[in-house]
Ligand binder design. Structure first.
Ligand code: PMP
Length: 327
């Protein structure tokens, strides 16, 4: 018999798939790391299980405990899976710009969800960061993983995503591209890959309205860079500890519209039914590839999550028209 003892054992070992159509005119090969193949349908399963297991080892999470996190949804799903596997309760705080589907999914997995306003500063008492921190102080035997600053996040990618990509490309990878939110995915994977071959170039995908690109280029945290944007999961108005700027060579900013339109192209032209930040990552990676990729180069771009969570937005023509993203 071949079976897993729990669905969480199916996390990782996701497929690497060649992009064939959207890469027209690009020299070299562009491969997509398809993270919706994780059981929680996103890349965040990897770090969620690692944060929980590391917290257990450190004695921060004890039997009967409650996991409390501020999450855009995907980390919540990963934490909910880990909590089910190990018998914990979950409370998640989310910003109200997040897709309704993401909130419904967390509730379906037995978690309690607290919806908070999007357009308040991170240190405002109503922000989803502050509410998570407060609940953690109020609820006994609770654990606040804090995915932004918890280095188990980066470590999960150093231990799994990096080695998988190195093995799947037989060590031929020349460029690594991923969107940057907490920074765990890009930084942990990049650290592993650059240890194998220091010539590998890492391209971070940022959004307009986020601080990362300017910070990398000038070392300045420029509040003028911060404004509301719609893409979910990437870009930040803070500098999380998991963004290791030394492991990221350059940043490319992608607009909400360019990311959204590319997301739909990935579904229709490549058969990859992915989320918004996947479109952003591919759009940004290809912008870089157009200028810099040579024959024989191998670029890997990570697609973080699945399209079901965006049916009411990206995959809804009416919504796309209202935003002015399509005619
Ligand atoms: N895309 C989506 C949809 C996400 O939920 C996240 C996590 N915030 C990311 C991209 C970015 O990944 P990371 O937090 O590892 O930088």
């Amino acid at each position: 018999m071949t079976y897993l003892n729990h669905i969480t054992e199916a996390i990782g070992n996701t497929p690497l798939v060649k992009l064939n159509k959207v890469t027209e005119g690009i020299k070299g090969t562009v491969l997509a790391k398809v993270e919706y193949a994780n059981p929680g349908n996103s890349v965040k399963d990897r770090m969620a299980i690692k944060m929980v297991e590391d917290a257990e080892k450190a004695g921060l999470l004890k039997p009967g405990g409650t996991i409390i996190e501020g999450t855009s949804g995907n980390t919540g799903m990963g934490l909910a899976l880990a909590a089910i596997a190990k018998g914990y309760k979950c409370i998640f705080t989310l910003a109200d710009k997040q897709s309704k589907e993401k909130i419904d999914v967390l509730r379906a997995m037995g978690a309690e969800v607290v919806v908070c306003p999007t357009n308040v500063a991170p240190d405002h008492p109503d922000s989803y960061y502050s509410v998570a921190k407060r609940l953690n102080e109020e609820i006994p035997n609770s654990f606040y993983p804090n995915q932004y600053d918890n280095t188990s996040n980066t470590a999960a990618h150093y231990e799994t995503t990096g080695p998988e990509i190195w093995d799947q490309t037989n060590g031929t990878i020349t460029h690594w591209a991923a969107g940057v939110g907490t920074g765990g995915t890009i930084s942990g994977t990049s650290k592993y890959l650059k240890e194998q071959n220091s010539n590998i170039v890492t391209v971070g995908i940022d959004t307009y309205g986020s601080v990362f690109k300017k910070y990398k280029e000038t070392g300045e945290f420029d509040e003028n860079e911060i404004y509301a944007y719609a893409t979910e999961g990437i870009g930040e108005d803070i500098l999380p500890k998991n963004v290791n700027f030394d492991t990221i060579d350059t940043f490319i900013k992608v607009t909400d519209k360019d990311g959204a339109v590319m997301t739909r192209r990935l579904a229709r032209e490549e058969g990859l039914f992915v989320g918004w930040s996947s479109g952003s990552a591919v759009y940004g990676a290809l912008e870089y590839a157009k200028e810099h990729l040579k024959e024989g180069d191998v670029m890997v771009v990570l697609l973080p999550d699945h399209g079901t969570r965006y049916l009411g937005k990206i995959y809804n023509d009416e919504w796309m028209r209202q935003q002015g993203y399509i005619d």
